[in-house]
Design a binder for this molecule. Structure first.
Ligand code: PEP
Ligand code: MG
Length: 325
């Protein structure tokens, strides 16, 4: 098996009936940057930037961030590099930021909420990303969006960052593609509207499962409910895919479920354009994609999502994976 997977790693993944799925990697710490090899994936589908803020005594400067993003963009060559703006808060805290203690941090002051309320912090990062855009196929992604207003505010901040760079006469990528993480039920239900304002969606299933099933992703006691096969989650993902494609928007998945073997046939059926996975799982993910017939899976997927029973859905999904070989 391992050698079959290794063979698939460097080749484009296509279903048996010819539909392409890009398989990217998730990255976002020193080690994953050092070991990143663009020849063994289709790009970076999620570049988490929290690590730049975490191992520090103070906020990272524009130059420091720019060097890291540029290095990664150059390593990626022409392949896509989706840089996610700061997603701090929730489970990730920073001493120097002086954030309030909260009783429900995952429902609190985190991610885009912090960035929109601290324009200097946000602008510094946006300028660094814009500048790195000159050195590769860089895209920018906003996390934790729950309404259109947040997205529009974030985009207007991006325009302000461009004006600042214009003023300083520093080179940057003017037409940088903008996308959002779809990781809240709010974003799922608004995906038809949000799609009109972005060039891609990336489904953050780690948080989407948490928020859809009202199950803290860190709480051991309720992990039995934190289930990627909860049909509410799968139906949400179907809705996002439909709304994305109806608007010509690309859709990816960058949570852990992107590489869950029994769900990969489903992702193919739903027309997911890109899966972003842990680097060691690229080969296996591409291999499974190559075994699937999208057309055959479409009908089975509709039946499965109508069944309402999680155990039945899991049994059916395992059966399908078994048939693929
Ligand atoms: C997610 O929520 O699925 C995701 C990829 O982001 P993170 O795990 O960093 O919250
Ligand atoms: Mg998330």
């Amino acid at each position: 098996r391992e050698s079959l997977y290794a063979e698939c790693r460097a080749k484009p993944a296509r279903t048996r009936d010819g539909f392409s799925v890009r398989v990217d990697v998730n990255s976002g710490d020193k080690e994953s940057i050092e070991t990143f090899n663009a020849d063994e994936c289709d790009g970076v589908g999620l570049f988490r930037t929290e690590f730049l803020y975490m191992g520090q005594k103070d906020y990272p400067s524009e130059e420091f961030q720019f060097e890291v993003y540029r290095g990664m963009a150059e390593k990626a060559g022409g392949k896509e590099l989706i840089i996610r703006t700061l997603d701090i808060g929730g489970d990730k805290q920073l001493d120097y930021m002086d954030l309030p203690k909260e009783s429900n941090p995952f429902l609190g002051f985190r991610a885009i909420r912090i960035c929109l309320s601290r324009p200097e912090l946000f602008q510094t990062q946006l300028r660094a990303i814009l500048r790195a855009g000159v050195y590769g196929n860089v895209k920018i992604m906003f996390p934790m969006i729950v309404n259109l207003e947040e997205l529009l505010q974030a985009k207007s901040q991006l325009e302000a960052a461009k004006r600042e760079l214009d003023g300083r006469q520093i080179a940057y990528r003017r037409d940088i593609p903008v996308g959002i993480m779809v990781e809240t039920p709010a974003a799922v239900l608004l995906s038809d509207i949000l799609a009109k304002h972005v060039s891609f969606f990336s489904i953050g299933s780690n948080d989407l499962i948490q928020y859809t099933t009202a199950t803290d992703r860190m709480n051991e006691k309720v992990q039995y409910l934190y289930d990627s096969c909860n049909l509410s989650v799968l139906r949400s993902i179907r809705m996002v895919c439909r709304n994305a494609h109806a608007n010509g928007v690309q859709v990816g998945i960058c949570g852990e479920t992107a590489s869950e073997p029994r769900l990969i046939p489903l992702w193919c059926a739903l027309g997911v354009d890109e899966l972003s996975v842990a680097p060691p799982l690229v080969g296996r993910t591409k291999y499974i994609v190559g075994q699937v017939s999208k057309k055959e899976m479409e009908e089975r997927t509709e039946k499965l999502l109508a069944s309402g029973s999680i155990p039945e859905a899991k049994q059916e999904l395992s059966g399908i994976l078994g048939e693929l070989g």
